[in-house]
Design a protein around this ligand. Structure first.
Ligand code: FAD
Length: 294
């Protein structure tokens, strides 16, 4: 189980973002080399791995299920004394040192490995253009900016329910647009649930409306809660190629000290590729950190 944030430091040599096979493999290599690092993840490491019914291409384990493999990976990481810190990063500010920002907290690191997997959900029309101008990925982080205003929360998972409840205390109106099925009858009655699907977020300069097709909601902010944020939204200026983070054979991205590994670097989306890239990225990040000190 991920640990909470109480025990973490302000600064690390290396931050590994994502606790799937790529992130865990990177962490293992950093630990074996006795480095100062932190492994950040979400509640379930990783949802994709747990959903794989039967994995046939993980060398040495011909019959293993995704959930079995997940448990083995977690056990391995735990036995090595690597804590997984539950911290969803919503923004990375370029460095070095890089600043990783999440709810109520930020962490600095001289090098970062992005291992956040890939989001299958396409961006909504207007989302990229209005990011930072009313569109955000963490309502509780930006909450005070929307005091007495109208906001909509579009959520792919139950995480959005807590965000909506938090905003209901601050905002004049909170709309909730779930992209998952769940019983929402216990949701705060001040929150208005809308069943429509998002056709677009309307500006032009700042968010004015959320288009749900049959109705347009007048809002000042739209928060989108996904399991995985699109990488290009996580850090601005990151070079992409075919919707994946562009890396070279050392898993270096277009920014110094910033590495990427796993599904987020593109196809094939496979466990063995993710784990291999995670380990490789860690080794190159360590070499980079050593050179920084010289
Ligand atoms: C149903 C299914 C079956 C599959 N079967 C196979 C198979 O048989 N063989 C095979 O090789 N592959 C299979 N795959 C693909 C495999 O699961 C992926 O390639 C692999 O999990 C990718 O690993 P990753 O570490 O790159 O990303 P992920 O496993 O997606 O892990 C990324 C992690 O990062 C976390 N994260 C994301 N964003 C943030 C953030 N901003 N802050 C903090 N944490 C974050 C996520 O919650 C997640 O825990 C399957 C996938 C699915 C969905």
């Amino acid at each position: 189980m991920p640990e909470d944030l109480q025990t973490i430091k302000k600064h690390y040599e290396l931050a590994i973002l994502g606790c799937g096979p790529a992130g865990m493999s990177a962490a293992l290599n950093a630990k074996i080399r006795n480095r100062d690092f932190i492994l950040l993840g979400s509640e379930l490491c990783s949802p994709k791995l747990s959903k794989a019914p039967r994995v046939e291409n993980w060398l040495g384990f011909p019959e293993i299920t995704g959930e079995d493999l997940r448990q083995r990976c977690l056990k391995h990481v735990k036995e090595k004394g690597i804590p997984i810190v539950s911290f969803k990063v919503t923004n990375i500010y370029p460095g070095p040192p890089y600043t990783l920002v999440g709810q109520d907290q930020s962490i600095e690191a001289d090098a970062v490995i992005i291992a956040t997997g890939v989001s299958v959900d396409k961006l909504f029309p207007g989302e990229a253009e209005l990011l930072g101008s009313g569109v955000g990925y963490c309502a509780t982080c930006d909450g005070p900016l929307y005091k007495n205003k109208n906001v909509a929360i579009v959520s792919y998972n139950q995480e959005g329910e807590a965000e909506a409840s938090f905003m209901a205390d601050l905002c004049s109106k909170v709309y909730y647009i779930p992209y998952y099925s769940s019983d929402l009858s216990k949701l705060d009655p001040r929150i208005e649930v809308k069943k429509g699907k998002v056709k677009g977020i309307i500006g032009p300069e700042i968010v004015k409306q959320l288009d749900l097709g049959e109705e347009q909601l007048t809002v000042d902010g739209v928060f989108i809660i996904r399991d995985t944020l699109p990488a290009e939204q996580l850090i601005s200026g990151l070079e992409m190629e075919d919707a994946a983070i562009k890396v070279n054979h050392k898993l270096e991205t277009s920014m110094p000290g910033l590495y990427a590994a796993g599904d987020c670097t593109g196809q094939p989306y496979q466990l063995i590729k993710a784990a291999g890239e995670g380990g490789t990225a860690a080794l190159h990040a360590i070499r980079y950190l050593d050179n920084l000190k010289k």
